[in-house]
Structures are given as structure tokens and as C-alpha cells.
Design a protein around this ligand. Structure first.
Ligand code: MLT
Length: 326
């Protein structure tokens, strides 16, 4: 560049608001995506999938760091304290994100007020699944068995407060049955023990359990949403199978610590929106038995509203029902 032009560029930059200058330079180094569940599980898989797209779009590595424990609270506590400079984000499942403070005294954040929502990334239905040789072929038979054998059915989860745990607690409440909770450090090990028959059932995300369902290694009794899924059209909804009021959305989203500059949020949200609409992501999510977010949840405003709604819903459910961590 000739000197006068360089001087001109420098003086234009000096006139720009600090935030605009920051956006021009962003990102200038690798970015960390905190994943609060174990590697290989749904949250981690979605974080890595979109991390790759962000790296391509924004020219710096977006790397997942798994900070695991307490149903996602350990990683979220770390994320809320991170410097809000656009180099640390949280990729979390919305249900455990909002449930954490009602369940764990050690949760040091408010999921709505202390984070800037960036975008919803993927949604996955929750399937009610049992080990292959469980003596119930339908949800009704399962619930009858549960009523006749209080506390005997064991259910595995990705940890106390995870979506897989909360969904089964809701099932217990709605059906009026008691079951034994066996928490693991991620969906992977939990599902392994279901496949090998060490535990009886799970309320698992399609992303995690899909391959084992296709391989007939476990049996699905119902899907906890309002309509059947394209991936497993023979699996009835919980409502069809005789249990009303059990719909659970396992939605993975990305949040920034409060105070992250608006141009950074916009750069990420634009790149994610574009990636989210691409054929590549559509196909990858289909393979992962997941879907693109519905409505406007891909936008910061849409995710903010959804997070606030889920926060109110889960906080009320947890407080009124006495759901506890163990
Ligand atoms: C959950 O809330 O159950 C998580 O999505 C589990 C995970 O991602 O491993």
C-alpha cells in the first residue's frame, strides 16, 4: 500500500466506533467453545459440527473444550466467568442450561441474564427406550410394569440435570411411577450400559440412540414430542401411546458470556445462520437424527425468548415436583 493510502485507511479506522473496528479484526486468534458434556455425546457432536463451519467462515479455529460435570453446571460456571471478548462461548443443551440453577446450589449464573444468546444449532427428539429384553413391548405395558414394581426400573442419564435425566423425571411425574436414577458422565456411557442390559431404560436423544435403534440393539416405546419422526415413523408419540403431557425438546444452542461485543455476536450469528441453512448441515443433522431449529430460534432474539420460556418452565417444574440431583 502507498503511504498516503495507508494513512487514509488508518484515519478511517480511527473514526470508526471501537466495536466496528473490533468486528473487522475478529477473530484474530483461536476461539474456544466450552462443551459441558462428554466428548462424543450430542452436545459435543453438534458443537464440533458447527465449530468446523465457523472455522471455515471466519478463518480461525473454533475448538471445543469439554468441561464436564454436574449436569453441565461445571462448564457453564466456567463460561460465565470467561472474559467477554468473543474468544469463549458456551455450547449447551437448553434444558440442562436453564435447569442448572434450580438443581445445583453451586450454579453461579442466571441462564437468561448472564449470557448473550447467539443461535440455536439443532433440535433432537427424546425417545423413551428400553433394553432389548425388557418385559414390555409398549409404553402402556412399561407404565403398568412401573406401577406394579415401584423403584425397580432403573434409568440411565447423561448426569443429574441433563436433558436425558429431566425427561425421565417428567415421565415419572406424568405417569405417577417411581424409578431409580443412574447418572453417568455423558450419554455415551449411559447408552452403553443400556445396550448391555445393566440398566433398564433411558429417555435419550435421537442423535445418541439413533444408531442403536437402527441396529435393533434397544427398543423405542415412544417419542416425547407432538408428532412422529421421519427417522422412526413406526414409533408412536407419547400422547398416542397413552401418556399425555410428556414433550421434551433437546435443543443445542450457543451462548456468549454477558458483555460480549454486539458485532462479535452478529458475526457469529450470521455465519451460523448461513451454515444452518446449508444443504451440508441439513444432511449431517439428518444423519444425526436431528433437525434444524424451528421458527426464529436460529436468531439471537428467538433464542433469547426460547431460553426465557424454558427457564420459567423447568424452574417451575423442578420446584413444584421436587426433582433432585443425585
Ligand atoms: C443431555 O442434556 O442429556 C445432554 O445433551 C447430554 C450430552 O450432550 O451428552
Amino acid at each position: 500500500m502507498f503511504k498516503p493510502i495507508r494513512l487514509l485507511a488508518a484515519s478511517i479506522l480511527a473514526l470508526l466506533p471501537a466495536s466496528a473496528a473490533l468486528a473487522q479484526a475478529y477473530p484474530s486468534k483461536p476461539v474456544t467453545l466450552i462443551g459441558p458434556f462428554a466428548a462424543g455425546g450430542p452436545t459435543d457432536t453438534i458443537a464440533r459440527l458447527y465449530g468446523e463451519q465457523l472455522s471455515k467462515a471466519l478463518g480461525q479455529p473454533f475448538l471445543v473444550e469439554n468441561v464436564v460435570g454436574a449436569g453441565g453446571v461445571t462448564g457453564t460456571n466456567r463460561a460465565v466467568k470467561a472474559t467477554a471478548d468473543g474468544y469463549t462461548f458456551l455450547v449447551h443443551n437448553v434444558a440442562p442450561h436453564v435447569a442448572g440453577p434450580a438443581l445445583y446450589a453451586g450454579a453461579t449464573y442466571n441462564p437468561v441474564e448472564d449470557f448473550e444468546p447467539v443461535a440455536s444449532l439443532a433440535e433432537a427428539a427424546i425417545y423413551v427406550v428400553v433394553r432389548k429384553d425388557f418385559p414390555a413391548k409398549t409404553l402402556k405395558e412399561f407404565l403398568d410394569y412401573g406401577k406394579a414394581n415401584p423403584g425397580k426400573i432403573s434409568f440411565a442419564s447423561a448426569g443429574s440435570g441433563s436433558a436425558t435425566h429431566l425427561a425421565c423425571e417428567l415421565l415419572k411425574l406424568r405417569a405417577g411411577i417411581d424409578m431409580l436414577h443412574v447418572p453417568y458422565r455423558g450419554t455415551g456411557p449411559a447408552l452403553n450400559d443400556l445396550v448391555s442390559g445393566k440398566v433398564d431404560m433411558m429417555c435419550d436423544q435421537g442423535l445418541n440412540v439413533g444408531a442403536q435403534l437402527k441396529a435393533d440393539a434397544v427398543r423405542a416405546l415412544a417419542i416425547a414430542q407432538d408428532s412422529r419422526s421421519a427417522a422412526f415413523p413406526d414409533v408412536p408419540t407419547t400422547q398416542e401411546a397413552g401418556l399425555a403431557g410428556l414433550t421434551v425438546n433437546a435443543s443445542t444452542a450457543i451462548y456468549a458470556p454477558k458483555g460480549t461485543p454486539a458485532p462479535v455476536i452478529k458475526a457469529l450469528s450470521d455465519a451460523l445462520d448461513q451454515a444452518g441453512r446449508s444443504e451440508l448441515i441439513k444432511q449431517r443433522l439428518e444423519q444425526l437424527v436431528s433437525e434444524r431449529p424451528s421458527g426464529d430460534r436460529m436468531t439471537p432474539a428467538g433464542l433469547k425468548r426460547f431460553t426465557a420460556e424454558e427457564f420459567a418452565k423447568w424452574t417451575t417444574t423442578i420446584k413444584s415436583s421436587g426433582i433432585k440431583v443425585n
